[in-house]
Structures are given as structure tokens and as C-alpha cells.
Design a protein around this ligand. Sequence first.
Ligand code: PGA
Length: 240
Amino acid sequence: MKFICCNTYDALSEQAAEILKGLIREKPNAILGLATGSTPVGTYRALIRANRAGELDFSAVRSFNLDEYFPISQNDAQSYYTFMRQNLFDHVNIRLENTKIPNGEAKSAEAECALYEASLAEAGYPDLQILGIGENGHIGFNEPSDRLSESTHTVDLAESTIAANARFFDSQDDVPRRAITMGMGSILKSKKILLLVSGKKKHGVLNALFDASITTHIPATLLKLHPDVTVLYDLDAKNG
Ligand code: PGA
């Protein structure tokens, strides 16, 4: 893992965007692995600015998102589909048909998981996967556990994740209890990984990344097994 300290969240976002811009310029049909959550929003804003300034072309870019609540309708205000449209897709010239997010409306969650993993495999997995991180070390919705699933699967959300995500819903009871997520194996198949760690609440989990050990109880520590991971963190995460 390569660690890069950024002074502020804005600096972290700019640096993450520079890495993504470099990839897209070098490979216009790059496959991006995308994440939701607050952390990547600044990065997406920087990409939108570059696209609007005519400096970055998304017309051939393809993307796969990490996860989606299940069940949830695509147009629900809280779906990750809606999040991606509002925070990136509707503001750049990416073709919606080139963007993939697990289908929260699928009849069978299990069938959707198999289909999603097959699409990832057919595409060859992302050139670069961007990741946020949960306070509990989750990546996507791979929650701490004795056992982690390798490929795309359904998951019961941890109570701490439901509580953390309740801020986006009217009440905690409205947060869906299940989700579809790429597995740790799917994530580790990306050619490069960019992990963004921002804010005081991520201090503990950042220290677990600095530490040399790997544990399924902090799923992000499995990223240490990947040969090309860059961790961008800010001073709030460093100092707690
Ligand atoms: P956050 O979420 O970026 O909103 O902190 C990250 C996550 O839970 O994966």
C-alpha cells in the first residue's frame, strides 16, 4: 500500500481526481470502479469541472459501481443509482448505458449477483477502483465478519452501517436492511485501487491500515494483499 497524506479533504479530492484524469486520458475507454458515500463526492465534483472545461472526455468510459441497496427502486431518492446520477453521471458526458450498478429492482437478488459478477468478468474488472471506507473498515458493503464472500453477493447490513446511513433517510427504520455488493475478491481483481480516507471518524480505521496485520474483521485490511493500492488520507483522519 502506498500512503499519501493530503492536508485537507479538498486537496485529497483534487489528488484523487488527478489520478482518475490521468487514467482516462491515457485510456479513454477505461473501466472505472465507482463508489458512493460522502467521501468521493469532492472527487466527482473535480471530475465534473474538468469535463465541463473540456479537459476530460467520458464518452468512451465505462463504469461499475460497488453496491446498491436491495430491494430499492432505481428512482428512489436514496438509491445508489440516484446518487450516481446526481453526483456524477448527469453532469458529465458518460453514456448511461456504459454505467453499471447492481439492480435493486431485480426479482432475484441471487440471480442479479451472478449476472453482475459475470458482467465484471466479461469486462475484465475495473482498471481503477475508487473506494471509501466505513468506520468499521467495510469496503462496499463487505461488513466485518469471520468469513467474507469472494464475489458479488447479498448482505445483511451491520447495525453500525444502518445507523451511519440513517442520516440520509427520514428515520433509521427506513434504511434498507440488505444490499448487493461486489465481494472482496471482485474488488481485489481491479488493476489499481484508490482508497480515500477522510475525516476524524476514520482515524481508527486508518491506523488499522498503517498496522501490518490483515483481518476479515476489518475488511479493508485485505487490500494489503493487492499489489497496487494508493491510500489518500487527510490530516483529520491522521490526527483524529
Ligand atoms: P462515507 O462512507 O464516504 O460516507 O464515509 C464510506 C463507506 O461507508 O464506505
